[in-house]
Design a protein around this ligand. Structure first.
Ligand SMILES: [Zn+2]
Length: 251
């Protein structure tokens, strides 16, 4: 079913820093929903927007493993910080309305960094080392369709534009995109460092200026969105909760 979204595929709760500190976080992943999204949304988007020679890299495994890493990176932080002068605070309280978009971007980009780290440690297969970046690029176009008002869309635009400006994403004259594998690793690391430094300092002016300068609908993003617009790919899917419906019907 086509809905506006975003429909959750994973959650890492609670969000309250006090409870996180006392009890930790718990993560839930919804694999069947992820598979439906991949097949019905990400694949068609990739077909329209990714260059022929890199299309084969768009794959469910790196896509799904990246979602796991994304959720883990939310849990890792930084959450609680100490401001200059010794005052204790949280990233959420300091960054206020900038927090959600920046936190989503952090989870994505550090999640991507973490995948690469795990591959280099031999804990994930080498086969993911290219497919993770191409699948991520296709995923950028998916999330930006949620709109730049929404935290995931805004966070994704920031990442897309940062990586594009660093030469890691290339737009070709045929309107399709590819990854420059020689540049992407460093570009990912530099954005992760930028965001987490802002968070660790609780630096709201820096957060604002980063979002204002990069989380915008730039020309290359417009090219991609226009392509997808013409294809009638759903923005998101809605799950049918079989057990719950049966229980309700029996009552
Ligand atoms: Zn998230």
């Amino acid at each position: 079913q086509d809905v506006k979204g975003p429909q959750t595929i994973a959650f890492n709760l609670p969000n309250d820093e006090r409870i996180v500190n006392e009890r930790g976080t718990s993560m839930v992943m919804l694999k069947n929903i992820s598979e439906a999204k991949f097949k019905n949304i990400l694949k068609p988007i990739a077909n329209a927007c990714i260059r022929e020679e890199q299309k084969e890299y768009v794959d469910f495994e790196p896509y799904y493993t990246h979602i796991v890493c994304h959720e883990c990176c939310h849990g890792i932080g930084p959450h609680s910080i100490t401001l200059p002068g010794g005052k204790k605070s949280t990233v959420r309280m300091e960054l206020q309305e900038c927090h959600s978009a920046l936190e989503e971007a952090k989870a994505d980009i550090v999640g991507l960094w973490a995948l690469n780290f795990l591959i280099n440690k031999g804990l994930l297969p080498k086969s993911l080392s290219k497919s993770m970046y191409v699948s991520f690029l296709a995923g950028c176009f998916r999330s930006i369709r949620f709109g730049l008002e929404e935290a995931h869309g805004k966070g994704q635009a920031l990442q897309f534009n940062w990586l594009y400006d660093k030469g890691a994403f290339i737009l070709h004259s045929d309107g399709k995109f590819s990854i420059d594998f020689t540049k992407v690793e460093e570009a990912v690391e530099s954005l992760g460092r930028e965001i987490m430094t802002i968070q660790a300092k609780g630096d709201k002016p820096a957060a604002q200026s980063l979002l204002q300068s990069r989380a915008t609908l730039t020309q290359p993003l417009r090219v991609a969105l226009e392509k997808i617009e013409h294809m009638q790919v759903p923005v998101d899917i809605a799950p049918i909760f079989g057990t719950a419906s049966k229980l309700l019907a029996n009552n």
